[in-house]
Design a binder for this molecule. Structure first.
Ligand code: KE4
Length: 430
């Protein structure tokens, strides 16, 4: 029996009157999968509930931050207690030092850091710093990788840009875009070619060490090592955008998982426990260039906000519990294997990429190792699968080119229910 979405429809129609596209971030509008978004009323553990009272097993997890699930008691209590003391001071607080210390202890490549309010601010600021430190202007990014919506980074980006098939965003002056060079993920020669041609003008290479915004694409053996060597040799900085992977693929992020030491790291999502946050940090000699120590300016009214710090601290403290990542990794592996089996028995071509609790089911019958291969996915079939699962109470990413997650609130029960829904959904769309 189809779920009722009457109230979602009513609320979304009202949103359309006041909000551009009815949303505050494009991917939420369901444009890539069709239909209207369900309007969420609340979350609890592994579930979200829409305004019609329908319950869904949530695999979007707010696009990554909610590694503990929705409304985790420790996070709610920490935010409540912080709010009761006041919500913002615009002055140093102890919580900022506490959270910064946890992050520095988790990621030794980060000797100093700065909190900001989003991943976009983190990457934008890190690249300004890299340009100042090297005295160079060009940046190398990878097609299909997304680093937020700062002007120079909206070039052949992933996530919502890929989802909506936007060539690149209008409004970015050609003079900015031309400072951004684009290579192919997992393709070392494409990086070497750019350095051969522009080497002494390249300030930094920015990369998602595990791509999450073309869907999940793991780094092939040697790829990250090559980026480290090429940048070191050329005097450019290696910037790891760990906004998704930080504290997600391991407590020490992808840099600990793959044993690579970047010069700068960008963080977000999990370190704010679901509240607005970003951070960037790295080598002391680079970070010392930041005002007030040095000439590179970056500021923010709500940076290091007490509520975000409280939620981040409560979250990271939970992540330190023994066996946290091992249990989650095993559950994620079981889910992927079961869904792959279900697709195979229904005769549906599926290529599943997974790194820990990051995964993407690509509707394609060949390996997905970069943006070009990801783009071969059947996005129309993905859209049908998305809605078939939604109607069976499973909330996936409303785009083929995104990552889905699990949280520590997900249990064998939710995995079993998801597999049952997937078996029926594959049968429906095959
Ligand atoms: P925010 O500015 O959205 O906090 O972070 C930008 C960002 C930077 N780097 C990486 C690797 C990211 O994945 C993101 C944002 N991720 C998207 C989802 N893939 C956020 C979801 C959205 O845009 O609504």
């Amino acid at each position: 029996m189809a779920l009722s979405h009457d109230r979602s429809h009513e609320v979304f129609q009202r949103s359309l009157r006041y909000l551009a596209g009815g949303v505050n971030s494009p991917v939420r509008a369901f444009r890539a999968v069709g239909g209207e978004p369900v309007v969420i009323a609340r979350g609890e553990g592994p579930y979200v509930y829409d305004v019609d009272g329908n319950r869904y097993i949530d695999y979007v997890c707010s696009w990554g931050p909610l590694i503990l699930g929705h409304a985790h008691p420790a996070v709610v209590e920490a935010v409540r207690r912080a709010a009761e003391r006041g919500t913002s001071y615009g002055a140093p607080t102890e919580a900022e030092a506490d959270l910064a210390q946890l992050i520095v202890e988790a990621m030794p490549s980060i000797e100093l850091l700065r909190f900001v309010n989003s991943g976009t601010e983190a990457t934008m600021s890190a690249l300004r710093l890299a340009r100042a430190f090297t005295g160079r202007d060009k940046i190398v990014k990878f097609e299909g990788c997304y680093h937020g919506h700062a002007d120079g980074l909206l070039v052949q980006a992933g996530s919502g840009v890929a989802t909506l098939g936007l060539p690149d965003s209008p409004g970015v002056p050609a003079s900015y875009a031309q400072e951004t060079l684009v290579a192919r993920f997992n393709d070392v020669p494409s990086v070497e070619a750019l350095f051969d041609r522009h080497g002494d003008a390249i300030a930094a290479v920015i990369v998602e060490p595990v791509a999450g915004n073309m869907g999940v694409v793991p780094p092939q053996p040697g790829f990250l090592e090559a980026l480290r060597e090429i940048t070191r040799r050329a005097g450019a900085l290696l910037v790891f955008d760990e906004v998704i992977t930080g504290f997600r693929v391991a407590y020490g992020g992808a840099q600990s998982l793959y044993g690579i030491t970047p010069d700068l790291t960008c963080l977000g999502k999990i370190i704010g426990g679901g509240l607005p946050v970003g951070a960037y940090g790295g080598r002391r000699e680079v970070m010392q260039m930041l005002a007030p120590n040095g000439p590179v300016y970056q500021a923010g009214t709500l940076s290091g906000n007490p509520l975000a710090m409280a939620a981040g601290l409560a979250t990271l403290r939970e992540l330190q519990s023994p066996g946290f990542y091992e249990r989650l990794d095993a559950l994620s592996a079981k889910l992927v294997e079961s869904v792959a089996r279900a697709a195979k028995s229904a005769g549906v071509s599926l290529w599943l990429n997974r790194v820990g609790t990051m995964r993407t089911p690509f509707f394609v019958d060949a390996p997905v190792t970069d943006y070009a291969s990801a783009r071969r996915s059947d996005t129309k079939l993905y859209a049908r699968f998305f809605h078939a699962m939604l109607e069976r109470g499973v909330y996936l990413a409303p785009s083929q080119f995104e990552t889905v997650f699990i949280s520590s609130a997900h249990t064998e029960r939710e995995i079993a229910d998801t597999v049952t829904a997937a078996e029926a959904s594959f049968a429906e769309i095959a």
